[in-house]
Design a protein. Structure first.
Length: 241
């Protein structure tokens, strides 16, 4: 039996991974504001001035969307809070939801191996986070309104960490950070910009576990990222000299 056209396009990465639920269809969600309205008595919190500890506490207590009702715990992020490298994935999976740390399990092991291949290590000049801080039920694709609710947290994380380079891992992270519905194939191999911070797109480790042939492409992306980082570090050294 043939799949519906939309399902085929999704498998071929020709559709965005989410759609904003609005009265009229839009290609991308609205830009995030810096306030978050929780469902608890209409409370509004402003994350723009929070430090890392306050931000993490806000994430753990967040009830801004329905994912708060189904999560085990929010997954804030892990690593060096002054890291040059920021890796951003999609959302916590079942094991991440249980342990409270992003990228664990088989995908996490592959990510650690990928980092080791370019002489990096989790927690050492590397920070890892997700676009969504809570696991969508059954690991479904995030909804547009969930992205909008959660985006101020990641935005503030990036402002606090001030990474030299962001690596968006997977189609969803790339589309959310770059506010686009372009396929990952069209975004790879290019240097993008996220609010003044260079950004590179590569495949998600979980995708690579299912598509071994694309590991070579991911290696190309890592080599590209390493070259960009070296250039950025050289530029910083020249400025400080």
């Amino acid at each position: 039996m043939s799949l519906p056209r939309e399902e085929v396009l999704k498998e071929l990465e020709l559709l965005p991974v989410w759609k904003s639920r609005t009265t009229s269809e839009t290609k991308t969600p609205a830009r995030a504001t810096e306030t978050i309205e929780t469902v608890k008595a209409g409370e509004i919190i402003d994350v723009a001035q929070m430090d890392s500890d306050a931000l993490e506490a806000a994430v753990k207590a967040c009830a801004a969307c329905s994912l708060a009702q189904t999560r085990t715990q929010a997954v804030f992020g892990v690593g060096d809070r002054n890291a040059d490298w920021l890796l951003v994935g999609e959302a916590p999976g079942m094991e991440e939801d249980r342990r409270g740390e992003p990228f664990v399990g088989q995908a996490g092991k592959l990510l650690d191996n990928m980092l080791a291949a370019i002489n990096l290590k989790r927690g050492e000049n590397v920070y890892i986070a997700n676009v969504l801080k809570c696991r969508p039920p059954e690991n479904r694709d995030p909804h547009g309104e969930e992205v909008v609710k959660c985006a101020p947290y990641l935005k503030r994380q990036i402002e606090l960490i001030r990474p030299k380079l962001i690596v968006a891992m997977g189609r969803f992270a790339a589309q959310a950070l770059l506010n686009t519905d372009n396929s990952i194939g069209s975004l790879r191999g290019k240097l993008h910009d996220y609010n003044g911070t260079p950004l590179i797109v590569t495949y998600h480790p979980a995708y690579l576990l299912r598509n071994l042939n694309d590991k070579a492409k991911a290696w190309e992306d890592l080599c590209f990222a390493r070259r960009v980082m070296r250039d950025l570090q050289a530029q910083a050294a020249d400025i400080s000299a």
